[in-house]
Design a protein around this ligand. Structure first.
Ligand SMILES: [Zn+2]
Ligand SMILES: [Zn+2]
Ligand SMILES: [Zn+2]
Length: 152
């Protein structure tokens, strides 16, 4: 089984475990994100479904499906870009860490990495000092990937 098939069957199991179902449409949206190197917007996913599956899903439904996939922890939202990525730990059994995202400013390639609890706590503490509460401890960092770096 390749990585894509593994992720799909793990996603189906995950949904079954929580008493929901990975329907055809939900599968198609997830597959768009799994196949993409970049984060995708809801509208890019509408286009993907049209091109790949000849299926018209209204943007509103795509948003609803994305909410569902997020609640199943299969997908993450990048709030700064308002785009979505497939979780890179769908097939993992370990506990999911607070996700941190590196986003290449050249090619928009996204990598998900974990970050330690103590780092988040420091962040929270420092935010508190200046009168802020973190709404989401998820970090989205502007970076440059090695492929792009090699090109310059
Ligand atoms: Zn993840
Ligand atoms: Zn993992
Ligand atoms: Zn890059």
């Amino acid at each position: 089984m390749n990585q894509y098939d593994k992720a799909m069957s793990a996603a189906e199991q995950q949904c079954a475990q929580s008493g929901s179902r990975l329907t055809e449409k939900r599968k198609h949206i997830l597959s768009g994100l799994l196949k993409s190197e970049k984060a995708l917007s809801a509208y890019e996913l509408v286009d993907f479904c049209k091109n790949e599956y000849n299926e018209s899903i209204p943007a509103m439904s795509v948003y609803r499906i994305l909410d569902f996939l997020q609640s199943e922890r299969l997908v993450h939202k990048l709030s700064t870009a308002n785009k979505y990525v497939a979780c890179s730990h769908i097939t993992c059994k370990h506990e999911h860490e607070v996700p941190q995202f590196l986003i290449c400013s050249e090619c928009q390639h996204v990598e998900e990495i974990g970050i330690s609890k103590s780092l988040i706590e420091t962040l929270q503490k420092n935010a508190k000092k200046v009168g802020f509460e973190l709404v989401s401890p998820q970090l989205e960092i502007n970076a440059i990937c090695h492929t792009c770096l090699d090109k310059t």
